[in-house]
Design a protein around this ligand. Structure first.
Ligand code: PEP
Ligand code: MN
Length: 350
């Protein structure tokens, strides 16, 4: 059960609610986030929630049968929006485009991508400065100095930044320079990292682990929320299956299922999802039709020369095409008149 408290809960009210829940034999966790004050109470037996609901300081009580609680739609019916400031909001029913290189490599590359995004109305730039690489001999990123350079350029172009954090020790240094912390597939169940990200007031995008179930992904998000941060997004980026014809299997089933199970925005990463450049566009568009709220796509001025993931990275012509088509498909999904879509298609010659 989730006990949602009033923001101005007094010490006495807090103690009375806590005591009552303990009397009912509940295991109680207090959760204080940027936006709310909650108790997550796990009960061993059925409790009449009205006996908690009437207590002073309590705004609402919800019974949540899922193993994850705070990220469940069973208590929060309204979808969560993540506001990055300056009018950039990731929200249900919207289409937030996030694009950029797999790895940040240098200022020339960063400026070229930033100018390209700006020209196409994309307001969030992706890029890794700490890269999780299977081989220790592969390029492992430019680190914090590279992030500082990128952040200065992004500000110049009015762009927001999403970048992967690999370890707890990196959080503090990165926090000033990123707008969204990305938790990569390999860290989706790094519970110390998830817990620490709950202590910062910065949005977090959690990728699904390559062998994670949907429930495990939601439990990972629950770690961050219950540690104090409810500015969260989920990302489907493909899972590892027996199929070897492509890098991963983009599980688009996850999109409507996650949207139904959770109130958090759902982002699709078709680049890692299929891992083959020529198939990224159709899978991105399919992700939109499946109901995602945004796309995370790898693009670069010269994918052939990229230090990581070049094989799945779009060049500027391909990405410009994708951005335009994505907007058209999104409008279609949202039920806009076909006339508007026809006009947009005529503009891009589709
Ligand atoms: C990335 O976004 O470049 C990345 C490493 O993603 P994932 O964690 O999904 O492999
Ligand atoms: Mn990558």
């Amino acid at each position: 059960m989730i006990v949602q408290c009033h923001q101005d809960l007094s010490r006495e009210e807090y103690e009375r609610v806590y005591k009552k829940l303990e009397e009912f034999g509940c295991q109680v966790t207090e959760v204080v986030t940027q936006l709310g004050h909650y108790f997550v109470a796990l009960a061993k037996r059925d409790i009449d929630i009205r006996r908690v609901g009437h207590l002073d300081g309590v705004a609402d009580v919800h019974r949540v049968s899922d193993s994850y609680k705070l990220v469940s739609r069973k208590w929060k019916v309204d979808p969560t929006s993540v506001d990055l400031g300056d009018g950039v909001v990731i929200q249900s029913g919207g289409l937030s485009l996030m694009a950029g290189p797999c790895s940040i490599e240098g200022e020339e590359q960063v400026r070229a991508v930033a100018a390209h995004l700006k020209a196409h109305g994309v307001s969030i730039m992706r890029g890794g400065v700490y890269k999780p690489r299977t081989s220790p001999y592969s390029f492992r990123g430019v680190g914090l100095d590279g992030l500082k350079m990128w952040s200065a350029c992004a500000k110049e172009f009015g762009l927001k930044i999403i970048s992967e954090v690999l370890a707890v020790e990196q959080i503090e240094g990165m926090a000033e320079y990123v707008d969204i912390f990305q938790v990569g597939a390999r860290n989706a169940q790094n519970f110390s990292l998830l817990h620490e990200l709950g202590q910062v007031d910065k949005p977090v995008l959690i990728k699904r682990g390559m062998s994670s179930t949907i429930e495990e992904l939601l439990q990972s998000a629950e770690y961050v929320f219950s540690s104090g941060n409810e500015k969260l997004m989920l990302c489907e980026r493909g899972i590892r299956t027996f199929e070897r014809a492509y890098r991963n299997t983009l599980d688009l089933n996850a999109v409507p299922v996650l949207k139904e199970k959770s109130h958090l925005p759902v982002i699709v990463d078709p680049s890692h999802g299929i891992g083959v450049r020529r198939f990224v566009e159709p899978m991105a568009l399919a992700g939109i039709i499946a109901g995602c709220d945004g796309l995370l796509v790898e693009i670069s001025p010269s994918p052939e020369a990229a230090l990581s993931d070049g094989d799945q990275t779009l060049d500027f012509r391909e990405s410009a095409n994708l951005f335009e088509k994505a907007k058209v498909v999104h409008r279609l999904r949202e039920g806009e008149s076909l006339q508007g879509v026809d006009e947009a298609r005529a503009r891009i010659g589709g």
